[in-house]
Design a protein around this ligand. Structure first.
Ligand code: FAD
Length: 430
């Protein structure tokens, strides 16, 4: 056992980040209690309904230079990939200002991309290893991911981002029209070129995958406390228990991995983190009649189009509004319009799904987002025994295995092999 002392570690939240962390902490020989009121990776979790993309090249934060010029458009265009609900603007203003400031220069973006790459570079490989351990290797596909474009000019518009990926060593290649037609014959002529990220992959069914990882942790001795964490109990600044609505859970260490709901817990551990929900949607077209050779992302729709056992899943949209605001299924209908453009043969099936608005084929979830595009991973200010592991925004599936390893290293006092200081929640206190 690498750590000298056997500890009891409470993991708060059984989304993908909490689950990967639980498994890594177990590898160090510690006892684990998973505190989760709902199903692991159930519909309440972002880890259930996401775009399934495991893209090592997802290194650029959302906020990039010149974005502020587009904000008025985001407020006005009801059909774009990004919308701010007017009513919620006052409560989001502080986060938005930090968001725009975080992406003012390309130097900031390059620094951020390098830090994100530490958490994403081996994502598909690491998920494949976990799925194998869980006895469900078929849940991870490793056949790359493809961005698709109407024309060369659309690739050129993203040149800077592709060059940055190349500098970091991310492998990708251009897919010419003939190959695109041959690989995705169902795709409309509106898209003529692709950019394939070779080391990318896909979690075929994220809900089932989380469930498999949860069962794996239980089979290795983890306990499940079916309750909601509400706070902490301390002796001085040393942790004695996590408080829940089902009683106290005595423990030596706690990891806050409650996704978008981590903000209040982090505050109780001494850190005021600007964490909001970037709400996103998915809609599923059952029985599309074809599989996809790889996950697709149309450059105009900025959404994941992926095959899942439930059907063709279209996942995307960013909607800034409060966590509690009801879903606006109009956002999901925008996704349906893109699929009509991409796959004309699916028009009748798409119409049928559209008629059943709000059915199980529709989902809305919360990306737990910080304004600077980096997660919070590291010891809490209020106690060295509480470790933050939240705020992964658009890339929590991608970054979860490396985040779990980093948290385990921090608990064990091991050097993770890179500088993890940029992930500290203390950056927001400066
Ligand atoms: C539309 C959409 C598309 C996306 N596409 C991708 C993608 O393609 N690739 C990618 O990498 N990422 C993607 N993401 C982001 C990704 O889904 C998230 O970053 C990731 O799932 C966050 O995982 P998490 O474990 O932090 O949070 P969650 O999955 O939300 O899990 C948090 C868990 O904590 C529990 N919890 C909450 N409060 C408490 C409490 N008080 N006590 C105990 N438990 C609690 C919840 O019940 C939940 O189970 C997407 C997100 C969305 C919405």
């Amino acid at each position: 056992m690498p750590s000298e002392q056997k500890l009891t570690v409470a993991i708060i939240g059984a989304g993908i980040v909490g689950l990967c962390t639980a498994l890594e902490v177990q590898r160090d020989g510690h006892d684990v209690v998973i505190i989760e009121p709902d199903e692991a990776g159930g519909r309440q979790a972002a880890s259930y309904g996401n775009g399934t993309w495991l893209n090592p090249g997802s290194v650029l934060p959302m906020s990039t230079p010149g974005l502020w010029k587009q904000v008025p458009g985001f407020l006005l265009d009801p059909n774009g990939p990004f919308i701010i609900r007017w009513r919620h603007l006052p409560s989001l203003a502080g986060w938005l200002i930090r968001f725009v400031l975080a992406g003012r220069t390309w130097q900031q973006i390059e620094t951020c991309a390098t830090q994100r790459y530490w958490l994403s570079r081996t994502t598909a490989q690491e998920h494949a290893a976990l799925a194998l351990e869980a006895g469900r290797p078929e849940l991870i596909r490793r056949n790359g991911l493809m961005f698709i474009y109407p024309a060369q000019a659309d690739i050129d518009a993203e040149n800077r981002a592709w060059r940055l990926r190349q500098t970091l060593g991310i492998r990708f290649r251009k897919v010419e029209t003939a190959e695109l037609r041959q690989r995705v014959p169902e795709l409309s002529d509106a898209y003529t070129l692709g950019m394939q990220v070779d080391d990318g992959g896909q979690v075929v069914d994220p809900g089932a995958y989380c469930d498999a990882l949860f069962r794996l942790a239980l089979s290795r001795g983890a306990m499940h406390k079916k309750a909601r964490a509400t706070g902490f109990s301390f002796n001085g600044n040393r942790l004695s228990a996590v408080l829940t609505d089902g009683g106290a859970v005595p423990c030596d260490r706690a990891v806050i991995a409650a996704g978008v709901h981590s903000r209040d817990l982090a505050a109780k551990a001494g850190d005021d983190v600007p964490l909001i929900s970037e709400r996103g949607y998915h809609v599923v077209i059952p029985d599309p009649g074809f599989d996809l050779p790889t996950g697709l992302m149309p450059s105009d729709g900025k959404m994941g189009v992926i095959w899942t056992p439930q059907g063709l899943r279209l996942a995307g949209q960013v909607e800034l509004a409060s966590i509690d605001a009801p879903p606006n299924w109009q956002r999901a209908k925008i996704l349906l319009n893109y699929v009509r453009r991409m796959f004309p043969a699916l028009a009748a099936r798409t119409d049928a799904v559209e008629k059943n608005v709000g059915s199980d084929n529709y989902w809305m979830g919360h990306r737990p987002s910080t304004p600077d595009g980096l997660p919070c991973i590291g010891a809490a200010s209020g106690s060295p025994d509480i470790v933050h592991a939240f705020g992964h925004g658009h890339v929590g599936m991608i970054q979860a295995p490396a985040s779990g390893k980093l948290v385990a290293a921090m608990i064990a006092g091991r050097d993770p092999g890179y500088d993890a200081a940029p992930f500290s929640a203390r950056r927001f206190a400066q």
